[in-house]
Design a protein around this ligand. Structure first.
Ligand SMILES: C[S@@+](CC[C@H](N)C(=O)[O-])C[C@H]1O[C@@H](n2cnc3c(N)ncnc32)[C@H](O)[C@@H]1O
Length: 296
């Protein structure tokens, strides 16, 4: 029986590895060939689309924790003057597990949402909660397509990247975030949740799955990057977003029967688009509590 147990809700440093874990990571230094890596990059969209073909809407659970984790998603801030409602953009929306609970709870929200899997986009459109007057979903690859084709520049209050940046090649992460930042209005916020350095899943990859430092390929061809705080902050800085907070979130999954404690590590961050004067308006930057939740 698996039981999830919170064991922290504040910021910690990098997880300290055991000697055995250290040796295991250090000995895994044979990288996937360049040819295979190029193929994975070329087929990234196809591999995610096949993921949704196999799993349909059944893989990820609805994310009901998001308001607790990110207070910006509650109706705390005044409505934006460029639109009569609060405008959100969920990038890499999958089948909508993040957006639908929020749309259901908060009638003031309007969601733009995109994913590069056409199947995922179709699943969102066929969800009974999908209302075109409150949600606009479209297919796009954020590493190559400008979001401006579907989202007016500077009109988004809150953008979210939930377990998405990790799926993108590290050389394209900054441009992908710049693409998202372009849609944010000044003082608009980017909320991010993703895999953290030394997460249990990172340590479990067997040899033959490593693409580069902290970057691995799963059996199904989808890829996962495990972020350190420094790496995440560097990406956001290069994309000209200011840090409000960035923390590791730890979660312990206990397997009672086997007595195993599985340490999951996620990274959670909040970054703000500066105003043209280059300052964050502090009144808009709301502290959020950081607590564990699920992942892929
Ligand atoms: C782990 S899923 C997360 C889904 C969703 N954010 C959620 O929280 O349920 C990652 C998603 O990112 C999408 N994705 C990966 N790379 C992308 C890219 N370059 N452009 C757009 N979407 C991408 C995948 O298709 C997949 O649906």
């Amino acid at each position: 029986m698996m039981e999830d147990k919170d064991f922290q809700n504040s910021c910690y440093g990098d997880r300290v590895l055991t000697e055995e874990e250290n040796l295991r990571l250090q000995s895994d230094n044979a990288l996937v060939s360049e040819f295979e890596q190029l193929k994975l990059e070329k087929e990234a969209q196809k591999n995610w689309d096949l993921f949704y073909k196999r799993n349909t809407t059944k893989f990820f659970k609805d994310r009901h924790w998001t308001k607790r984790e990110f207070e910006e998603l509650s109706s705390l801030r005044p409505l934006d003057d460029c639109s009569q409602r609060r405008v959100c953009l969920e990038v890499g929306c999958g089948v909508g597990n993040f957006i639908f609970p929020l749309l259901e709870e908060d009638k003031s929200l309007f969601f733009y949402a995109c994913d590069f899997s056409p199947r995922a986009v179709d699943f969102v459109k066929s969800n009974p909660l999908y209302e075109p007057s409150r949600c606009s979903v479209f297919q796009c690859d954020i590493t190559t397509d400008s979001l401006a084709d579907n989202v007016p520049d500077g009109c988004v209050d809150i953008a979210t990247l939930i377990f998405v940046l990790s799926a993108i090649h590290p050389s394209k992460m900054v441009d992908a975030v710049r693409n998202v930042a372009q849609t944010l209005k000044p003082n608009g916020v980017l909320l991010i949740r993703d895999y953290g350095l030394y997460d249990h899943a990172m340590l479990r990859f067997s040899k033959g799955h490593k693409l580069s430092d902290c970057f691995y390929v799963r059996q199904d061809g989808t890829r996962a990057y495990y972020f350190s705080l420094d790496k995440m902050e560097e990406i956001m800085k290069e994309a000209a977003l200011d840090k409000v907070e960035c923390c590791y979130v730890r979660r312990s999954t206990i397997n009672k029967k086997e007595g195993i404690d599985v340490p999951r590590i996620f990274i959670q961050g909040k970054f703000v688009k500066p105003t043209t004067e280059g300052k964050i308006d502090d009144s808009q930057a709301i502290e959020s509590t950081v607590r564990p939740l699920d992942n892929r």
